[in-house]
Each structure stands twice: as structure tokens, then as C-alpha cells.
Ligand binder design. Structure first.
Ligand code: ADP
Ligand code: MG
Ligand code: MG
Length: 200
């Protein structure tokens, strides 16, 4: 994967998070502590600032560097979890992955997130987007980069009626029902951003 493509991926992800920071914060204000947009924006601004260094690395090392930056800069619950996701992808991906390699690596990285978060599907978290996206990705077929954003958006919508079992939102119990999970929304934004670059 060439340096320019890696740069476009980073810029697309950072742009999407920065443009939606207020929306993410509003979602987190409803069922958390109102910092998810700020946390993610800070993390992706740091990734952007280090883009020259990151994109000069082979893909696995670039992902590990992104993961470490997210752990250090995002903070909260989501920083270590997104950091684990990126580092897990870095560990599992070859430098020039096929679609099948990428789907398998995402499966491994999701397993790392589950272990780190002691979490699983159906608990109203980012996993409720990441898992269905991985399943659709692994199933393959035509136009993945066109279809996966819709899978991600629907999966984020599907967190609205869920009751939170993990993270701060779980403190609200039944009152977490009726709101989209902020981490599910940020995951959906990241999937859309990555797919948009593959669609260019
Ligand atoms: P904090 O809750 O510490 O303020 P953020 O607001 O940045 O952190 O992130 C909250 C998001 O993190 C949630 O919306 C949820 O998607 C995700 N999250 C929290 N705890 C877990 C967990 N144990 N497993 C998976 N995702 C989690
Ligand atoms: Mg928060
Ligand atoms: Mg917080």
C-alpha cells in the first residue's frame, strides 16, 4: 500500500471524526459523560500531526503507530479500545493484504477489543458496529466498499433500542435505551471514511 493511499485513509478518518465531533459529544452527553467527540477529535488530530511519520511505515507498523497514538491521546474507555483495534490490525495484517486477509485481521482485532473491554455483541458498544461490518466483510461479494457503510450505519442505528451493559452508559441501565451509542456512531463514521477512500 503506497504512502499516498495511507495518507488519504488517515485524512478521511480524521476529517470524519473532526466534522462529527459535536454530534459524538451530543450522543455521549445523553448516555455518558459528553466527551467522546472531544476524545476522538484529540486522538485523530494527533494521528494527523504524525501522518508523515506514520505513512512512511509499512501498513502493519503504521497501524501499530496509529494504535499507540490513539491509546495515548483519546483517553477514556474508547482510547484503549480503538488503540487495541488498530494495534490488533497491525499485528494481523500483512503489508499488502488481500480482502480475505483484511477480513481475517479485523476478526482477530475485534477479538482483542472484546478481551480488553470484557465485552461482546449486544451490549451497546462500538462492537455492535464492528462485528456486523466484519461479518459482511468476511462474506465478501461485489462492491464491498459501497455496501459496508450502509451495514455500519444500520448497525449503529440498531444500538438505539439496546440497553447498555458495558461502559459508562451501563450506569443508566434502562435509561440508556432510546439513544445511539457514541462509540457505535464513531465506528460507523470510521468505516464510512475508509470505504470512501476505496471508492475514490
Ligand atoms: P468514556 O466512557 O470513558 O468517557 P468515551 O466517551 O470516549 O469514553 O467512549 C465511550 C464509548 O466507548 C462507548 O460509547 C462504547 O462504544 C465504548 N465502550 C465503552 N466501554 C466499552 C467496552 N467495555 N467494550 C467495548 N466498547 C466500550
Ligand atoms: Mg465519554
Ligand atoms: Mg470520559
Amino acid at each position: 500500500m503506497d504512502q499516498d493511499f495511507k495518507r488519504r485513509l488517515i485524512m478521511a478518518m480524521a476529517d470524519a471524526i473532526i466534522a462529527h465531533a459535536e454530534e459524538l459529544t451530543a450522543l455521549d452527553s445523553a448516555i455518558g459523560d459528553g466527551d467522546h467527540g472531544l476524545n476522538m477529535k484529540r486522538g485523530f488530530e494527533a494521528v494527523l500531526a504524525d501522518a508523515d511519520n506514520i505513512t512512511a511505515k509499512p501498513l502493519p507498523d503504521a497501524l501499530k503507530a496509529i494504535g499507540m497514538t490513539l491509546v495515548m491521546k483519546v483517553g477514556g474507555a474508547s482510547g484503549p479500545l480503538y488503540g487495541t483495534l488498530a494495534m490488533g490490525l497491525g499485528k494481523a495484517l500483512p503489508p499488502e493484504p488481500s480482502v480475505a486477509d483484511a477480513a481475517a485481521a479485523l476478526d482477530r482485532a475485534i477479538a482483542d477489543v472484546k478481551a480488553r473491554g470484557k465485552s461482546e455483541a449486544g451490549q451497546k458498544t462500538m462492537l455492535d458496529v464492528l462485528i456486523p461490518v466484519q461479518v459482511a466483510f468476511a462474506a465478501g461479494g461485489e462492491d464491498l466498499a459501497t455496501r459496508l457503510p450502509a451495514v455500519a450505519a444500520e448497525a449503529a442505528d440498531a444500538t438505539v433500542p439496546m440497553k447498555a451493559i458495558r461502559g459508562r452508559a451501563s450506569f443508566l441501565g434502562e435509561r440508556s435505551i432510546g439513544h445511539m451509542d457514541p462509540g457505535a456512531r464513531s465506528s460507523s463514521l470510521l468505516v464510512q471514511a475508509i470505504c470512501s477512500v476505496f471508492n475514490e
